[in-house]
Design a binder for this molecule. Structure first.
Ligand SMILES: [Mg+2]
Length: 292
């Protein structure tokens, strides 16, 4: 599987499009898991807007590559951000190669973080294991993570964590439903995406990001990406976050929602004119997420 035709120094990309994977691009229960229209649009935007695109996910690299194969992508993304922080790009043999400088800085920062705050993390672990049914997970390169038994249990755990890390500037966490991993505040979906854009010379005004869960809020940030959106199946907190920042709340779910948002942003269909403006507060419509 190849990428779309590469950009050149003479004709660099103008737009950067960043997509969360699970629940935003891919629905494994749907057939096909990603709308074919999505891939057609990415190809059209490659030409009309000089847009590059990538997946920005909490999955590991191996798990992301598996997801791409399972969903039968017709071509590879231009970049991946995995584990919400590490950057990879395909080489000419379609092998994923890490961004050495960024990924090394990220690894060093996390090693220091987990050493420096091991007592705090041990205290949180003790509380989680004694007060909840959640499991504390340790994996290679991932010394601290939690898997809750339910989403509401994770809500409860997050409340406890928030009060205990509030005064520690550098430690934060990435939550995706019942999963949580501790991480360094300087490395998340937003800063990794910003680094990819910086290397390409793309400013925030030409960045589009879309995601559905808590771990997407760092990239759904108008300071980093001026065009932000979420699909109709996004969790209520993300819908509220996107609306509060004047972003686009799609009515369609998963990849159909991504297609809807891109249609609106780039005026790709007759019916889409001004929908982006209307749905982002540029018009007269005010929308609130269901259930909030
Ligand atoms: Mg997601």
């Amino acid at each position: 599987m190849n990428s779309l035709p590469a950009f050149s120094v003479d004709e660099p990309p103008v737009w950067l499009l960043s997509f969360d994977f699970d629940g935003t691009l891919c629905d494994p229960d749907d057939s096909p898991p990603v709308s074919p229209r999505f891939f057609e649009m990415i190809q059209e935007l490659r030409i009309s807007q000089k847009a590059c695109w990538g997946i920005n996910t909490g999955r590991s690299l191996m798990h992301t590559v598996e997801g791409i194969m399972d969903a039968k992508f017709p071509y590879l993304p231009d970049f991946l951000v995995v584990r919400e922080r590490e950057i990879y790009r395909p080489n000419r043999f379609s092998r994923w190669v890490g961004d050495k400088q960024w990924n090394k800085s990220c690894e060093v920062a996390h090693n220091k973080l987990f050493r420096r705050h091991r007592r705090l993390l041990a205290k949180i672990r003790k509380w989680v294991e004694s007060k909840t049914a959640a499991v504390w997970g340790i994996q290679e390169g991932e010394p601290a993570g939690i898997v809750a038994s339910t989403s509401s249990e994770m809500d409860f755990i997050v409340q406890y964590i928030d009060t205990h890390i509030a005064s520690v500037r550098e430690i934060c966490y990435q939550r995706n439903g019942i999963y949580l991993r501790f991480s360094h505040c300087d490395y998340h979906k937003g800063t990794a995406m910003q680094e990819v854009a910086r290397q390409l010379g793309i400013g925030s005004e030409k960045i589009f990001a879309i995601g559905d869960s808590h771990n997407d809020t760092d990239m759904l940030n108008k300071d980093i990406a001026q065009s932000i959106a979420c699909p109709g199946n996004a969790c209520d907190e993300v819908k509220a976050h996107v609306i509060n920042q004047g972003g686009y709340l799609a009515e369609s779910h998963v990849s159909a929602g991504a297609v809807e948002a891109m249609n609106a942003l780039f005026n790709m269909g007759e019916d889409s004119k001004n929908i982006w403006a209307e749905n982002t507060g540029g018009g007269n419509r005010t929308r609130t997420p269901e259930g909030t």
